[in-house]
Design a binder for this molecule. Structure first.
Ligand code: G1P
Ligand code: ZN
Length: 542
């Protein structure tokens, strides 16, 4: 029954910021997915008899690749696989299953917010026993293994029906198909005051949640409409579709424009939220108040004690380097530890495992805590709902109070997507070469105080990650950061992050782009990015 199939290596199976992401058609190449799955199993340590979790965001190819994972897991000696019914598991729900049932690891099939379908993207990510993305030393080993792979092992059996819950077998291995929502929803009930949120709902509170035709639909229907009693129709685009309805399920004002427009209109409900393809990102919006992810992290950290899961306070906060320093101010005032990590959730794993931090966040609409080892979109929405219910304030009111108490970090990211990779790399290289000469340079009232290529020294395992983004710091706390994306599948994406701190209450109502316009101009002047990338304006502004 077990076949050993001869194969030859692919040379591009190098996992990026979050797993291996490629065009769907690349994953359709014969042996491509099998090779990568075998490389994972070859680098996963002693897997014989162990439990593996598998599921994905429901995009095109999800079920086909799950069948391959099941058959290869059996052939490679796993004792048991837990898979989500229909092949569905949100990324945080998969992380929870790995932790709850002490799995050896998990395979998550997703390209997150990248468009799905035959012309879209697909991805495979390996998570380790703590429930989090494999650290760089493991992903590096997987890549090396993939470069010399000559065979993979697969059980020659019929497909397992994924739509029926219950147990099956492939040889000696048990496959358990589970309800993808149940364990996750049960976890959320332990973390938040569902009764208080239900009371707020019964007093007329209304929300709109946009699942963007992706994986959070079933979770959101169950949690918001069934368990919290919100009216039917609260969740829109709630059925996962293989092509995500042709959309781009990235919860930001550009790609969740319908929700954004509604929240800025007179017809806005009290609160709006959206999640991404695999359920780990979140966007939250109050009435007429877009809440930047960096501000959301800071505000959640300042108020987390209002939720039962954080009743005893939080240990510390971690944010990715490009995320604004708003959370740093909360940490400083409340005597909390603060960590600045490279972009990507995997860098939070060690800090969470050793109890150094409780809350983590990224400017890219990612927020999470130690309850799992992934960022968690619905968790963030529930924490907001819990804080709204416990404080009795509106979302906009909470944000304004926060700015009054801590000052406002104006913040924006400009993305230049799909640019020429050579031009983007050359631009970064040139900037890097000029870093030492930049301190002291003046641009009008702004003076550069420091400039470097961010390197992270992990305080737990002492590992060092270099070249994590070029930082240009100004006197007074303003920053410009240049980074190349590690998740794109076409050309290169240049990300430019800008931040400016404003303590003066009278200056808290400016338009963000206007408040940042001096920095936007400096970023272009320093890098000549528009000329070098041959673009007039960014593809996405968030
Ligand atoms: C992007 C985000 C990063 C996030 C990752 C996965 O990575 O910037 O914060 O962790 O997606 O969701 P990038 O494309 O910038 O490498
Ligand atoms: Zn995602």
């Amino acid at each position: 029954m077990i076949q050993t199939v001869a194969t030859s290596p692919f040379h591009d199976q190098n996992p990026g910021t979050s797993g291996l992401r490629k065009k769907t058609r690349v994953f359709e190449t014969p042996h491509y997915a099998e090779n990568f799955i075998q490389s994972i199993f070859d680098c996963a340590g002693d897997i014989v008899g162990k439990l593996l979790v598998v599921g994905g965001d429901g995009r095109y190819l999800n079920s086909e690749i799950i069948q391959k994972v099941l058959k290869m897991a059996a052939a490679n000696g796993f004792g048991r696989v837990t898979a989500g019914q229909n092949g569905w598991l949100s990324t945080p729900a998969a992380s929870n299953l790995i932790r709850k049932y002490s799995a050896h690891g998990g395979i998550i099939l997703s390209a997150s917010h990248n468009p799905a379908g035959q012309a879209g993207d697909f991805g495979i990510k390996y998570n380790v026993a703590n429930g989090g993305p494999a650290p760089e030393k493991v992903t590096g080993a997987i890549y090396q293994a993939s470069r010399t792979l000559t065979r993979y092992k697969i059980a020659d059996v019929a497909d397992i029906p994924l739509d029926i819950a219950g147990e099956r077998r492939i040889g000696d291995m048990v496959v358990e198909i589970v309800n993808p929502v149940a364990d996750y929803a049960a976890l959320m009930e332990t973390l938040f005051d569902f009764a208080a949120i239900r009371r707020m709902v019964s007093h007329g509170f209304r929300m709109r949640f946009d699942a963007m035709n992706a994986i959070t639909g079933p979770y959101a229907h169950e949690i918001f409409e069934h368990r919290l009693g919100m009216e039917t129709g609260t969740v829109v685009n709630g059925t996962p579709l293989p092509d995500f309805g042709g959309g781009h399920p990235d919860p930001n004002p550009t790609y969740a424009a319908g929700l954004y427009t509604l929240m800025m209109s007179d017809a806005a409900p009290d609160f709006g939220a959206a999640s991404d393809g695999d359920g780990d990102r979140n966007m939250v919006i109050g009435r007429d108040m877009f809440i930047s992810p960096s501000d959301s992290l800071a505000l959640l950290a300042a108020n987390a004690h209002l939720a039962p899961g954080c009743r005893d306070g939080i240990a510390g906060i971690a944010r990715s380097m490009p995320t604004s320093a708003a959370a740093d101010r909360v940490a400083a005032r409340n005597g909390l530890k603060m960590y600045e990590t490279p972009t990507g959730w995997k860098f939070f794993g060690n800090l969470l495992d050793s109890g150094l931090v409780t809350l983590c966040g990224e400017e890219s609409f990612g927020t999470g805590s130690g309850h799992v080892r992934e960022k968690d979109g619905l968790w963030a929405v529930l924490l907001w709902l819990n804080i709204l219910a416990a404080s009795g304030k509106t979302a906009a009111g909470l944000v304004r109070n926060h700015w009054r108490d801590y000052g406002r970090n104006y913040y924006s990211r400009h993305d230049y997507e799909g640019v020429d990779a050579g031009a983007a790399t050359a631009m970064m290289d040139d900037l890097r070469a000029r870093l030492a000469a930049l301190p002291g340079t003046q641009f009008g009232p702004l003076t550069i105080s420091a400039a470097d290529d961010f390197a992270y020294h992990d305080p737990v395992d002492q590992s060092v990650s270099e070249h994590q983004g070029i930082r240009i710091l100004f006197e007074g706390g303003a920053r410009i950061i240049f980074r190349l994306s590690g998740t794109g599948t076409e050309g290169a994406t240049v990300r430019i992050y800008m931040e400016h701190y404003e303590a003066d209450l009278d200056l808290h109502n400016m338009d963000t782009q206007e408040a940042l316009s001096p920095l936007i101009a400096i970023a272009d002047e320093i890098s000549a990015l528009k000329l070098r990338l041959n673009r007039l304006r960014p593809t996405v502004i968030v």
